[in-house]
Design a protein around this ligand. Structure first.
Ligand code: CMX
Length: 434
């Protein structure tokens, strides 16, 4: 058994009595009241999920296993001479809650390499799709196509055991994570680079190998590490994490669950917003015919978008009530590596003008930028101008978080998710409407 799996087994054994105790001894302690506006309004703010992988404070932003983004980046082992940590070490942190040593990290790097071979039929499936299919369709389809590889599904067929079910979930999750960079890079090169595929480099870690397969030199390997870590987890109520968890709660395996979660990520209000930011900016740039906008001009574009009934992509959040630290972290990268980039300057100008306008409009509860406002700029700068692809990279990162979550779901035997519905008439009765 690998060091990580043995550590996870130990953590699970320690954790189980806590969950059992809460249910058995404190099961009827009340957590929250639910209002009609929450029932109709997308369950916003209803505290009805549990995860220990990450926690999102509305004012502070995300903490991964208790660590803020800067703390996470500082604490995890890094490849020599690089600014950002091994993604593999971050996987260890999300699963166990502990910071791995360099040795433990490198063991996972090797484990991922052994698992990284993508079955040939996956590429046949991708090639059978229309080339104009959205890359998220390709990504989700590739993952679903691999379902026959599921060790959990086999374990279920051969006789399910609740106590050990997490082990095959962990195996599936790790197999998937090890393969996602190659699938994502294949989609990119197949769709946008005339099928000129670059084979993986067995000497590289996950981030380095992704950069290599994309055909982009340093520091894009660090971009990949940063991007995957920043996009990994945002507690479990967001649409992609929640969908993955919901599907997994039916005892579906990780392939079905992750594919479903990525379909949620593909929505414009969720992960697709990062491509929408670039699309919106391109539109502004086209209208300006290359001229630099003044703040007044930018304000007008923002108002025009709002007045036409659209949202400003990359701004607002369902939980956060301040600038997203994931935005901040990417902004710091831009300041270091691309301070004079034209699109970065545009995005920075948006940061100066949009919040005041959203406040003036008076609708958005959070006028500040989210993760998607900045990420496309970096990708564009390093040559990935095909912004349809951005959500696929978000998906590789998001997989780390949601797969850690469903591994723990299985370990703690979380129940089939099945909230109760009411009719509109019942709500009217509760409200006392005659
Ligand atoms: N531009 C314009 N209007 C916005 C807005 C924005 N960026 N953000 C919120 N609003 C509006 C909402 O559309 C809503 O309007 P209606 O009352 O007319 O329906 C109102 O403000 C209240 O919404 P809210 O409670 O502040 O936000 P929600 O929790 O409903 O939605 C989110 C959150 C992210 C979907 C929303 O802020 C939005 O649409 N943002 C733009 C898209 C985006 O950037 N999504 C990426 C989020 C991060 C991610 O998951 O990747």
């Amino acid at each position: 058994m690998s060091t990580l799996k043995a550590k996870l087994a130990q953590k699970i054994a320690e954790h189980r009595p806590r969950t059992t105790r809460l249910v058995k001894e404190y099961g009827d302690v009340k957590v929250a009241d639910v209002k009609i506006e929450q029932v109709i309004g997308g369950a916003r703010g209803i505290r009805s999920l549990v995860t220990d992988i990450s926690y999102l404070d509305p004012m502070e932003g995300i903490r991964f296993r208790g660590y803020t983004i800067p703390e996470t980046m500082a604490a995890l082992p890094k490849p020599e001479g690089k600014d950002y940590p091994y993604v593999e070490g971050f996987w260890y942190l999300l699963l166990t809650g502990d910071i791995p040593t360099m040795e433990e990290t490198l063991e996972i790097v090797e484990d991922f390499k052994k698992r990284s071979k993508v079955p040939e039929y996956v590429y046949d499936v991708l090639k059978a799709l229309p080339k104009e299919s959205h890359p998220m369709v390709m990504f989700s389809t590739a993952i679903l196509a691999m379902e026959k590889e599921s060790k959990f599904a086999k374990f279920y067929e051969e006789g399910f055991n609740k106590m050990t079910a997490w082990e095959t979930m962990y195996e599936d999750a790790t197999d998937l994570l090890a393969r996602l960079p190659e699938i994502a890079a294949f989609i990119y090169r197949y769709k946008y680079k005339n099928g000129d595929i670059i084979a993986g480099d067995p000497n590289q870690d996950m981030g380095g190998n992704f950069a290599h397969m994309m055909g982009i030199g340093a520091p894009y390997d660090d971009v990949a590490r940063m991007y995957f870590i920043l996009h990994s987890d945002h507690e479990s109520g967001n649409a992609s994490a929640h969908t993955t968890h919901l599907v997994a709660s039916t005892l579906s395996d990780a392939y079905y669950s992750l594919s479903a979660g990525l379909n949620a990520l593909a929505g414009p209000l969720h992960g697709l917003a990062n491509q929408e930011v670039l699309r919106w900016l391109q539109d502004v740039m086209d209208k300006l015919e290359g001229k630099e906008p003044t703040e007044e001009m930018m304000k007008q574009f923002v108002w025009d978008t709002l007045n036409s009934g659209q949202v400003i992509p990359g701004f607002g959040h369902a939980v956060l009530r301040k600038t997203d630290p994931r935005y901040q972290s990417q902004r710091e990268f831009c300041e270091k590596h691309l301070p004079n980039d034209k699109i970065f300057k545009y995005v920075d100008m948006l940061y100066r003008v949009v919040p005041d306008i959203l406040v003036e409009q008076g609708k958005a509860k959070n006028p500040w930028p989210n993760v998607d406002a900045q990420s496309g700029v970096i990708q564009w700068y390093y040559g990935i101008t095909e912004y349809d692809f951005y959500t696929v990279m978000f998906g590789v990162g998001r997989a780390i978080g949601v797969l850690a979550n469903i591994t723990w779901d299985r370990a703690l035997g979380y129940a089939l998710e099945r909230p109760k519905s009411l009719t509109t008439k019942m709500l009217e009765d509760i409200a006392g409407i005659k």
